[in-house]
Write a protein that binds this ligand. Sequence first.
Ligand SMILES: [Zn+2]
Ligand SMILES: [Zn+2]
Length: 253
Amino acid sequence: MEIVSKFFAFLENNLFLKNGTCPICGKVLFITDHYLCSGCEEELPWINGPTCEGCGRLVFVTNRPRCKACAIGNFPFTGGYAWLHYHHSGKALVHAIKFKNRPNLGIWAGTQMGRELAKIPWVKEIDFIMPVPLHQSRLEDRGYNQSEKIARGIVKGLAESFTESHNKLPLLKLQTLRRSRNTPHQVGQGREERLTNLLGAFSAEYLEEFQGKTILVVDDVLTTGATLAEVATTLLEAGAKEVYIATVCAVAE
Ligand SMILES: [Zn+2]
Ligand SMILES: [Zn+2]
């Protein structure tokens, strides 16, 4: 009995991650797995073109470079990248990062994204990487901002990929925009009214820092794009040169 329990203790300590289960299929994770089981990791729904050059989501018409939202000017992004489709295991992954207390899974996903982003030419222009801020009450409930974890992972992935090529590494900007209250819906407001609202909602402490800078805004998912567009508009109106976006998942147009 003693030997059996020792054997199981050995297995538990050496083969499996402590209390680790795959957030997608629920299987117990081996020590060789990262944050997903190898089966789920291999089957993640990666977005393989054609994608919108403005926001990174899948577009269905190959000869059209931008999705409708980007084409009609609803999205103020210069460019974008999305890693996974927002369905099946892509959706489960984002859900786990946001709601199942798996901040390290966010860092892991961001690191994978950073390695892919390193291959994209516009990434070399990025000065700052900024996660979409989380409303204070949500931050208190969740204990972390998932977008911040993803952004940290992106910096890590870029750092790994940039070592050889001597590209400048973007700086992670965390505290400049703080979401201090829920923003009212932006539709139907004039520019002045909207700006006042945005600057009030995101109490920007060091707006001068953004003058002439190129910023990559990070979020977990691109659905309507309203929040990302709101942050990008604020940064552009504060004097940023260009705003790009990166999301773990994006819905197709
Ligand atoms: Zn799995
Ligand atoms: Zn687009």
